[in-house]
Design a protein around this ligand. Sequence first.
Ligand code: VGL
Ligand code: ZN
Length: 209
Amino acid sequence: MDPLASPEHELLLVIDVQNDFCPGGALAVPDGDAVVPVIAAAMTRFAQVAFTQDWHPPGHRSFASAHPGRSPYERMPFPYGEQTLWPDHCVQGTEGAALHPGLDSARAELVIRKGFRPAIDSYSAFFENDRSTPTGLGGYLRERGIRRVVLCGLATDFCVAYSAIDARRQGFEAVVLLEACRAIDLDGSLAAALAAMHEAGVVLRDPAR
Ligand code: VGL
Ligand code: ZN
């Protein structure tokens, strides 16, 4: 495909490719940095690219450390439903929260930060985990005339899946480039996420198209 030959109504959404989700990071996704060269190649094909950045204040309620006696990866009832507790990660302004240096973030027309409200987690790029507080991304994409969102990044079974399903909920076509994603996979969460994406009408695709 010609460089930047993607249609004007298509945008590549690069989800949470941040140091903390890569090997050596605070919430390392197995093989997480393997997505970097694949996404870098995909970016050469898209005229429009946006990034998301998980961006938590210190002591964020999704951190197990905020709940004495609780451990990472336990689930806990929150006012908006069950929430998985995580190791402290992607704390605002830290090196762990920085976008992976192997991606040219200067290419992004938008970097949308999420998870900055102290008491609500946000897996999706569109809505926080209460499923009703919008991030503004849906309005941005609609105003820009985007009809198809192509997603990649970390992690397949959390932020990528939630974002892809919400893209469908918002009326966009959604395509996930599976080779440009890696999963955390807690208790079958990857299989569940793939099934939920399929059910929502998300196209699961190989990036070599
Ligand atoms: C993510 C867990 C906590 C993700 C973010 O990017 O998938 N997962 N925060
Ligand atoms: Zn997070």
